[in-house]
Design a protein around this ligand. Structure first.
Ligand code: PMP
Length: 443
């Protein structure tokens, strides 16, 4: 039966109730449910440029950007056209296409350590496959990851630090076998002594260290200068690989991602494998793993490490990725840096006016805030992030939302700007800040 506009549900609250009956928690990815800020999630019906519109017809300046992909702004005409054209030629072939090679070449031209690239559909698949590849290549089983880093939801990555340093992890989710979690060592981020201790004790068992190139899934916590380079050096000295996860930072913080920001500096580093997602698909399901050709060639069909996907390299999705990367030139990244600086300074000023102690956490054009005197000087790891007065964020978030600005619905997420955040959009954000800062102050 066709629903007319009139009998279709029209409020966020109504839709959320209906969604909760049909879908676990009413959402298809947990953070969308507003659990950490409370209230009713907005059901979006359209997005254009720097703005999203909900089912009630309210428009918000958006600082989520689809959790990263919409680097050009939503529904960029060049990307939409590329997708529309590709769709008209067929949705999925399950066969090779010219566009797949073009996307791989675009990535390889930008990020030198990527000699070969394999396309998958999600960041989770990219990291999961990179880990299998690292294990297959080294013949070792143990994986090192850092507390507070997110690499998707595969079993071994949903592991939580056990007690003490360099002990093996416990399952971080129901359904993860303890034996799987126990193959992951969880270390404090930015702590090279912990990395050295882990290699000293378990070096010959460690296949790889997986690390966010700059962490942005506990709020933003950049690597200390030289951390990535030291990590590569320590891993290589022990016959282990480094998987630099650029799912979030890749093609967002620079044309060559976080690697690009550090290459050419005294802290340059060369990871063995890199993972990409988000921007590489321009809002469509594309992700990738890439790196040293001799390692990548261990993947099937050439090598013994199996990896596959019906929708891998999907032509419609790949068209969006190519159009996005082509349009994301130096001018776009300069604009993103400037918008990030303007917005983060405005937030900081508004909070200071209301006497809210806080720190600004920045990694390139990614930023977030930590609340409280104790963390105002900035934090470097997960324990630091957790020391903040996190309860100040919910009232801040809701004051912004009421004023028509959509922020990430958790203090432990990065804020995302786009090329479409112009003076008018930034002006709306700035105008909303005083009331939000007051709400944070009185929380
Ligand atoms: N790695 C990082 C660094 C991420 O930020 C994310 C998603 N936020 C993932 C992996 C997982 O990607 P996906 O959600 O596409 O599975």
């Amino acid at each position: 039966a066709r629903h007319s506009g009139a009998d279709a549900p029209s409020s966020n609250a109504e839709l959320f109730a209906r969604a909760q009956a049909a879908i676990p928690g009413g959402v298809n990815s947990p953070v969308r449910a507003f659990r950490s800020v409370g209230g009713t999630p907005r059901f979006l019906v359209s997005a254009r440029g720097a703005y999203v519109t909900d089912v009630e017809g309210r428009e918000y300046v958006d600082l989520v950007a689809g959790w990263g992909p919409a680097i050009l702004g939503h529904a960029d005409p060049r990307v939409v056209q590329a997708v529309t054209d590709a769709a008209a030629r067929g949705l999925s072939f399950g066969s090779s296409t010219p566009a797949e090679t073009e996307l791989a070449e675009l990535v390889e031209a930008r990020v030198a350590p990527v000699e070969k690239l394999r396309l998958v559909s999600t960041g989770t698949e990219a990291t999961m496959s990179a880990i299998r590849l690292a294990r297959g290549f080294t013949g070792r089983d143990v994986l090192v990851k850092f507390a507070g880093h997110y690499h998707g939801h595969s079993d071994g990555l949903l592991a939580e630090a056990g007690s003490g340093l360099a002990t093996f992890a416990l399952p971080g989710s129901a359904g993860v076998p303890a034996d799987i979690a126990a193959l992951t060592l969880v270390l404090p981020y930015n702590d090279l002594d912990a990395v050295r201790a882990a290699f000293a004790e378990h070096g010959d068992r460690i296949a790889a260290v997986i690390v966010e190139a700059a962490s942005a899934n506990m709020g933003v916590v950049p690597p200390l200068p030289g951390f990535n380079a030291a990590l590569v050096e320590l891993a290589h000295a022990n016959g282990s690989l480094v998987i630099s996860d650029e799912v979030l930072t890749g093609f967002r913080v620079s044309e060559a991602g976080w690697w690009g920001l550090e290459s050419g500096t005294e802290h340059a580093y060369t990871p063995d494998l890199l993972t990409f997602g988000k921007v590489i698909g321009g809002g469509m399901p594309v992700a990738a793993l890439g790196g040293r050709a001799d390692i990548m060639d261990q993947l099937a069909p050439l090598g013994p490490v199996y990896q596959a996907g019906t929708l891998s390299g999907n032509p419609v999705a790949v068209a969006a990725g190519i159009a996005t990367l082509r349009a994301a030139d130096a001018a776009v990244y300069a604009h993103l840096d400037e918008a990030a600086a303007t917005i983060s300074e405005a937030v900081s000023t508004a909070l200071a006016v209301e006497g809210v102690a806080h720190g600004v956490q920045r990694a390139g054009n990614l930023f977030s805030f930590v609340f409280g005197e104790e963390v105002a000087g900035g934090v470097h790891d997960y324990a630091g992030v957790q020391r903040q007065e996190s309860w100040r964020y919910a009232p801040f978030f809701h004051a912004m939302l009421d004023a028509g600005v959509s922020l990430p619905p958790s203090v432990f997420e990065a804020w995302f700007v786009t090329a479409a955040h112009d003076e008018a959009a930034i002006g709306r954000i700035v105008d909303a800040l005083p009331a939000a800062a007051r709400a944070a102050a009185s929380a």
